[in-house]
Design a protein around this ligand. Structure first.
Ligand code: CDP
Length: 247
Protein backbone atom coordinates (compact mmCIF):
# COMPACT_ATOMS: atom_id res chain seq x y z
CA UNK A 1 0.00 0.00 0.00
CA UNK A 2 2.80 2.45 0.82
CA UNK A 3 5.13 1.34 -1.92
CA UNK A 4 6.39 4.13 -4.21
CA UNK A 5 4.46 4.24 -7.49
CA UNK A 6 6.26 3.42 -10.72
CA UNK A 7 5.76 6.67 -12.60
CA UNK A 8 9.29 7.46 -13.76
CA UNK A 9 8.34 7.98 -17.42
CA UNK A 10 5.01 9.69 -16.76
CA UNK A 11 4.55 13.42 -17.39
CA UNK A 12 4.97 15.50 -14.24
CA UNK A 13 1.93 17.36 -12.99
CA UNK A 14 0.98 19.93 -10.34
CA UNK A 15 -1.34 18.78 -7.55
CA UNK A 16 -3.17 21.50 -5.60
CA UNK A 17 -4.83 20.48 -2.34
CA UNK A 18 -6.87 23.20 -0.65
CA UNK A 19 -9.18 23.19 2.30
CA UNK A 20 -9.99 24.21 5.82
CA UNK A 21 -7.57 24.17 8.71
CA UNK A 22 -6.93 20.71 10.16
CA UNK A 23 -9.00 18.99 7.49
CA UNK A 24 -6.18 16.52 6.98
CA UNK A 25 -4.99 18.05 3.72
CA UNK A 26 -1.32 18.33 4.75
CA UNK A 27 -1.13 14.65 5.68
CA UNK A 28 -2.70 13.69 2.36
CA UNK A 29 -0.48 16.00 0.38
CA UNK A 30 2.69 14.88 2.14
CA UNK A 31 1.92 11.20 1.69
CA UNK A 32 0.98 11.56 -1.95
CA UNK A 33 4.23 13.43 -2.66
CA UNK A 34 6.22 10.71 -0.95
CA UNK A 35 4.49 7.90 -2.85
CA UNK A 36 4.98 9.50 -6.25
CA UNK A 37 8.40 11.07 -5.64
CA UNK A 38 7.17 14.68 -5.92
CA UNK A 39 8.21 17.74 -3.92
CA UNK A 40 5.77 18.59 -1.14
CA UNK A 41 5.16 22.23 -0.19
CA UNK A 42 3.13 23.28 2.85
CA UNK A 43 2.14 26.81 1.84
CA UNK A 44 0.55 27.46 5.27
CA UNK A 45 3.98 27.00 6.84
CA UNK A 46 5.18 29.94 4.74
CA UNK A 47 2.47 32.26 6.11
CA UNK A 48 3.26 30.96 9.56
CA UNK A 49 6.97 31.77 9.08
CA UNK A 50 6.16 35.35 8.05
CA UNK A 51 3.93 35.64 11.12
CA UNK A 52 6.74 34.42 13.35
CA UNK A 53 9.03 37.02 11.82
CA UNK A 54 6.45 39.74 12.54
CA UNK A 55 6.01 38.58 16.14
CA UNK A 56 9.75 38.41 16.79
CA UNK A 57 10.22 41.90 15.42
CA UNK A 58 7.45 43.53 17.41
CA UNK A 59 5.29 44.05 14.32
CA UNK A 60 2.13 42.68 15.93
CA UNK A 61 0.79 44.54 18.94
CA UNK A 62 -0.96 43.22 22.03
CA UNK A 63 -4.36 43.66 20.41
CA UNK A 64 -3.22 41.51 17.49
CA UNK A 65 -2.93 44.42 15.06
CA UNK A 66 -0.29 43.91 12.40
CA UNK A 67 2.03 46.80 11.57
CA UNK A 68 1.77 46.45 7.78
CA UNK A 69 4.01 49.39 6.98
CA UNK A 70 6.69 47.88 9.20
CA UNK A 71 6.39 44.39 7.74
CA UNK A 72 6.11 45.09 4.00
CA UNK A 73 9.68 46.43 3.47
CA UNK A 74 11.08 43.18 4.93
CA UNK A 75 9.14 40.86 2.64
CA UNK A 76 11.56 40.81 -0.27
CA UNK A 77 14.40 39.81 2.08
CA UNK A 78 12.47 37.07 3.84
CA UNK A 79 13.57 33.66 2.76
CA UNK A 80 11.23 30.80 3.54
CA UNK A 81 12.42 27.39 2.46
CA UNK A 82 12.00 23.75 3.35
CA UNK A 83 14.48 21.14 4.36
CA UNK A 84 13.60 18.26 2.08
CA UNK A 85 15.73 15.99 4.24
CA UNK A 86 13.16 14.93 6.80
CA UNK A 87 14.02 15.19 10.46
CA UNK A 88 13.90 12.50 13.14
CA UNK A 89 10.17 13.08 13.46
CA UNK A 90 9.73 12.34 9.74
CA UNK A 91 8.31 15.80 9.08
CA UNK A 92 9.64 18.31 6.56
CA UNK A 93 11.14 21.30 8.36
CA UNK A 94 10.44 24.94 7.56
CA UNK A 95 13.35 27.37 7.51
CA UNK A 96 13.08 31.12 8.01
CA UNK A 97 16.20 32.83 6.68
CA UNK A 98 18.01 29.52 7.12
CA UNK A 99 16.86 28.93 10.72
CA UNK A 100 14.77 25.83 11.50
CA UNK A 101 11.51 27.25 12.88
CA UNK A 102 9.34 24.17 12.39
CA UNK A 103 8.43 23.79 16.06
CA UNK A 104 7.83 27.46 16.75
CA UNK A 105 5.52 28.07 13.78
CA UNK A 106 3.12 25.39 15.02
CA UNK A 107 2.62 27.07 18.41
CA UNK A 108 -0.66 28.80 19.30
CA UNK A 109 1.11 32.16 19.42
CA UNK A 110 1.61 31.88 15.66
CA UNK A 111 -1.74 30.16 14.94
CA UNK A 112 -3.63 32.97 16.58
CA UNK A 113 -1.96 35.71 14.48
CA UNK A 114 -1.39 34.04 11.13
CA UNK A 115 -4.73 34.76 9.43
CA UNK A 116 -4.52 38.56 9.90
CA UNK A 117 -1.00 38.44 8.44
CA UNK A 118 -2.19 36.28 5.52
CA UNK A 119 -4.83 38.90 4.68
CA UNK A 120 -2.20 41.48 3.69
CA UNK A 121 -2.07 41.64 -0.15
CA UNK A 122 1.70 42.30 -0.24
CA UNK A 123 2.34 39.24 1.94
CA UNK A 124 0.23 37.10 -0.38
CA UNK A 125 1.90 38.51 -3.46
CA UNK A 126 5.35 37.59 -2.17
CA UNK A 127 4.33 34.12 -0.99
CA UNK A 128 2.51 33.32 -4.25
CA UNK A 129 5.61 34.42 -6.18
CA UNK A 130 7.82 32.05 -4.15
CA UNK A 131 5.28 29.22 -4.46
CA UNK A 132 5.01 29.59 -8.23
CA UNK A 133 8.80 29.45 -8.48
CA UNK A 134 8.82 26.20 -6.50
CA UNK A 135 6.30 24.69 -8.91
CA UNK A 136 7.96 25.83 -12.11
CA UNK A 137 9.28 22.38 -12.99
CA UNK A 138 6.01 20.70 -11.92
CA UNK A 139 6.27 17.41 -10.00
CA UNK A 140 4.90 19.16 -6.94
CA UNK A 141 2.09 18.70 -4.42
CA UNK A 142 1.17 21.92 -2.61
CA UNK A 143 -1.47 22.36 0.04
CA UNK A 144 -3.11 25.55 1.28
CA UNK A 145 -6.12 27.79 0.80
CA UNK A 146 -5.65 29.34 -2.65
CA UNK A 147 -3.42 26.89 -4.49
CA UNK A 148 -6.01 25.78 -7.04
CA UNK A 149 -7.49 29.25 -7.47
CA UNK A 150 -4.53 31.65 -7.42
CA UNK A 151 -1.14 29.94 -7.16
CA UNK A 152 -1.67 27.21 -9.76
CA UNK A 153 -4.98 27.88 -11.53
CA UNK A 154 -3.85 25.46 -14.27
CA UNK A 155 -2.93 22.63 -11.90
CA UNK A 156 -3.72 19.31 -13.53
CA UNK A 157 -5.26 17.93 -10.33
CA UNK A 158 -7.14 20.00 -7.75
CA UNK A 159 -8.66 18.66 -4.57
CA UNK A 160 -10.74 20.55 -2.01
CA UNK A 161 -10.93 18.99 1.44
CA UNK A 162 -13.43 19.76 4.13
CA UNK A 163 -14.62 18.28 7.43
CA UNK A 164 -16.78 19.52 10.29
CA UNK A 165 -15.33 22.12 12.64
CA UNK A 166 -15.68 19.97 15.75
CA UNK A 167 -13.90 17.02 14.14
CA UNK A 168 -11.12 19.26 12.86
CA UNK A 169 -10.63 20.87 16.26
CA UNK A 170 -10.51 17.45 17.90
CA UNK A 171 -7.81 16.33 15.44
CA UNK A 172 -5.72 19.47 15.87
CA UNK A 173 -6.01 19.37 19.67
CA UNK A 174 -4.84 15.77 19.72
CA UNK A 175 -1.99 16.55 17.35
CA UNK A 176 -0.77 19.43 19.56
CA UNK A 177 -1.20 17.37 22.75
CA UNK A 178 0.89 14.59 21.17
CA UNK A 179 3.60 17.16 20.55
CA UNK A 180 3.56 17.92 24.29
CA UNK A 181 1.72 21.25 24.02
CA UNK A 182 -0.49 22.02 26.98
CA UNK A 183 -3.58 23.55 25.43
CA UNK A 184 -7.31 23.56 26.05
CA UNK A 185 -9.67 22.09 23.43
CA UNK A 186 -11.85 25.24 23.52
CA UNK A 187 -8.85 27.37 22.59
CA UNK A 188 -8.08 25.22 19.56
CA UNK A 189 -11.74 25.19 18.56
CA UNK A 190 -12.13 28.96 18.67
CA UNK A 191 -8.83 29.49 16.86
CA UNK A 192 -9.99 27.30 13.96
CA UNK A 193 -13.38 29.01 13.92
CA UNK A 194 -11.80 32.44 13.79
CA UNK A 195 -9.27 31.45 11.10
CA UNK A 196 -12.04 29.89 8.99
CA UNK A 197 -13.91 33.17 9.27
CA UNK A 198 -10.97 35.36 8.25
CA UNK A 199 -9.71 32.96 5.55
CA UNK A 200 -13.10 32.66 3.83
CA UNK A 201 -14.05 36.33 3.94
CA UNK A 202 -10.78 38.10 3.06
CA UNK A 203 -10.68 40.15 -0.09
CA UNK A 204 -7.59 38.70 -1.75
CA UNK A 205 -7.63 34.96 -2.59
CA UNK A 206 -10.18 33.81 -0.02
CA UNK A 207 -10.49 30.15 0.82
CA UNK A 208 -12.90 28.88 -1.79
CA UNK A 209 -13.21 25.73 -3.84
CA UNK A 210 -11.87 26.15 -7.37
CA UNK A 211 -14.60 25.36 -9.89
CA UNK A 212 -12.69 22.40 -11.25
CA UNK A 213 -11.56 21.01 -7.87
CA UNK A 214 -12.76 17.60 -6.73
CA UNK A 215 -14.29 17.60 -3.26
CA UNK A 216 -13.46 15.26 -0.44
CA UNK A 217 -15.46 15.10 2.77
CA UNK A 218 -12.67 14.02 5.04
CA UNK A 219 -14.88 13.49 8.05
CA UNK A 220 -16.54 10.54 6.35
CA UNK A 221 -13.56 8.37 5.36
CA UNK A 222 -10.67 6.57 7.01
CA UNK A 223 -7.11 7.60 6.34
CA UNK A 224 -6.53 4.51 4.17
CA UNK A 225 -9.66 5.17 2.11
CA UNK A 226 -8.67 8.78 1.64
CA UNK A 227 -5.19 7.85 0.39
CA UNK A 228 -6.52 5.15 -1.91
CA UNK A 229 -8.96 7.68 -3.38
CA UNK A 230 -6.23 10.27 -3.88
CA UNK A 231 -3.73 7.88 -5.47
CA UNK A 232 -6.41 6.64 -7.87
CA UNK A 233 -7.27 10.22 -8.77
CA UNK A 234 -3.60 10.96 -9.35
CA UNK A 235 -3.17 7.90 -11.59
CA UNK A 236 -6.33 8.73 -13.55
CA UNK A 237 -5.09 12.28 -14.09
CA UNK A 238 -1.72 11.08 -15.40
CA UNK A 239 -3.49 8.63 -17.71
CA UNK A 240 -5.78 11.36 -19.00
CA UNK A 241 -2.81 13.62 -19.77
CA UNK A 242 -0.92 10.81 -21.50
CA UNK A 243 -3.97 10.05 -23.64
CA UNK A 244 -4.44 13.71 -24.48
CA UNK A 245 -0.82 14.09 -25.56
CA UNK A 246 -1.12 11.03 -27.82
CA UNK A 247 -4.23 12.17 -29.59
O1 CDP B 1 -2.23 23.87 9.71
P1 CDP B 1 -3.50 24.53 9.38
O2 CDP B 1 -4.30 23.77 8.37
O3 CDP B 1 -4.26 24.91 10.57
O4 CDP B 1 -3.14 25.91 8.71
P2 CDP B 1 -1.95 26.22 7.73
O5 CDP B 1 -2.12 25.46 6.45
O6 CDP B 1 -0.68 26.05 8.47
O7 CDP B 1 -2.24 27.76 7.40
C1 CDP B 1 -2.16 28.72 8.41
C2 CDP B 1 -2.87 29.95 7.93
O8 CDP B 1 -2.15 30.51 6.84
C3 CDP B 1 -4.29 29.77 7.43
O9 CDP B 1 -5.25 29.81 8.46
C4 CDP B 1 -4.44 30.95 6.47
O10 CDP B 1 -4.76 32.13 7.16
C5 CDP B 1 -3.03 31.10 5.90
N1 CDP B 1 -2.86 30.47 4.59
C6 CDP B 1 -3.27 31.20 3.48
O11 CDP B 1 -3.81 32.28 3.62
N2 CDP B 1 -3.05 30.72 2.24
C7 CDP B 1 -2.47 29.53 2.05
N3 CDP B 1 -2.25 29.08 0.82
C8 CDP B 1 -2.08 28.76 3.17
C9 CDP B 1 -2.31 29.25 4.43
Amino acid sequence: MNEPLEITDAPKIVVAIDGYSSSGKSTMARELAKRVGYVYVDSGAMYRAVTLFALRNGLINEDGLVNKEGLIPHLHNLEVSFEQKTGKDGVQHTLLNGEDVEKEIREMRVSSHVSPVAVIPEVRERMVQLQQLMGKKKGIVMDGRDIGTTVFPNAELKVFVYAGLHERARRRWRELANKGMDIRFEEVYSNLEERDRIDTTREVSPLIKAEDAIELDNGAVTHEEQMEWLIKLFQDTIERIENESRS
